[in-house]
Design a protein around this ligand. Structure first.
Ligand SMILES: [Zn+2]
Length: 334
């Protein structure tokens, strides 16, 4: 296996870059790449992180994973792209600064398009060529109080066994909350081109894939990293790549069938009154928005809410998302 300038070594670790274009000053944009190839044959698991430039926990997770994996006992190959969008990372922002696009809404990409479309194309061509399974590591925005959660998508027309395997691996990952997004009904969910997400395009190409939200952006949170790193090992166990039983670190895990992303009506300073993970009855005060001069808005729950994320970064504009809310959920029986 050769990806970018990295040639895999059987029973070893190889590191290098995937070429990702050039800056106007002539400097290359390099996407870091690690291939851990086991001594024995087996599936190829691709772990991708930081397609949104301010979501950093996954980078440290990938570093620790690559240091901990033992290629001598590994069956199959783990391909790791810890920092898949260097151009967004460079400006500490979710989007790519050169074209102001969300790279995770550009798949399968285009070889002749905008910077983010080309970056998505280059990466996705390699994923299609090599990966059997993929985990896409994200985080919520900076300053979010979070319940770590995974998301997998149901897509019409995808073979049943791909959907089943995707669900099996998502649940094996073992985070507290596990969201199913039915793509035929996502109109009411997060705005944006979900159909052009990396994981969706993997699934459309027969590669079971899901997203994990590893805590908050803009920082390293080792406790959240540990939960998701355990998830990667659980997936590897399920795929027969390592000899280790599946371990669930989270108790009382649940499936989430419907989410919503409440937004601010007024611009000002948001202060939450609740914590992520606590069940809120209808009519609970979720938080308020105020200016230095006056009280502007109180946000109340309009149904039973289970917040998976609550922003703790006070400045909000009209339309800014202030939380990620589970509206319908049920416990997972082990
Ligand atoms: Zn993200």
């Amino acid at each position: 296996m050769k990806i970018g300038n990295v040639t895999a070594v059987r029973g070893g670790i190889a590191k290098g870059h995937l070429y990702g274009g050039e800056l106007s000053c002539g400097s290359p944009v390099n996407v870091p790449l690690i291939i851990v190839q086991g001594a024995e044959a087996g599936p190829v698991l691709w772990v991708n992180s930081t397609i949104h430039g301010d979501e950093l926990n996954g980078i440290l997770l990938c570093k620790q994973l690559s240091e901990e994996l033992d290629p001598k006992t590994l069956k199959g190959t783990v391909v790791i792209t810890p920092l898949s969008n260097p151009m967004a990372f460079q400006t500490k922002h979710k989007f790519t600064w050169v074209d102001r696009l969300d790279m995770d809404q550009q798949f399968p990409g285009s070889p002749n398009g905008w910077f983010s479309e080309r970056a998505a194309y280059t990466l996705f061509e390699e994923i299609k060529k090599h990966a059997n399974y993929l985990i896409s590591l994200h985080s919520l925005a900076a300053e979010y109080d979070t319940v770590p959660y995974a998301i997998y998508k149901k897509i019409a027309g995808v073979p049943e066994e791909i959907t089943k395997k995707t669900e099996e691996l998502t649940l094996a990952f073992g985070l507290k909350a596990n969201c199913i997004v039915d793509l035929s009904q996502t109109g009411a969910e997060l705005p944006g081109a979900i159909a052009k997400n990396m994981d969706v395009n993997c699934i459309l190409n027969g590669i079971p894939a899901f997203m994990a939200e590893v805590g908050a952006g803009g920082c390293f949170q080792q406790d959240k990293i540990d939960l998701s790193k355990n998830g990667v090992y659980n997936v590897m166990s399920k795929l027969g790549m390592i000899d280790r039983p599946v371990k669930y670190l989270e108790k009382d895990r649940y499936m989430v069938f419907k989410r919503k992303f409440p937004t601010a009506n007024r611009g000002g300073l948001f202060e939450p009154f609740v914590k992520a993970g606590e069940v809120l009855e209808k009519g609970t005060k979720f938080g308020h928005i105020f200016s230095p001069l006056e009280e502007l808005e109180t946000i109340e729950t309009d149904a039973k809410w289970l917040p998976l994320g609550v922003t703790h970064f006070p400045p909000v504009n009209t339309g800014d998302i202030i939380g990620v809310i589970a509206l319908e959920w049920s416990p997972i029986q082990d």
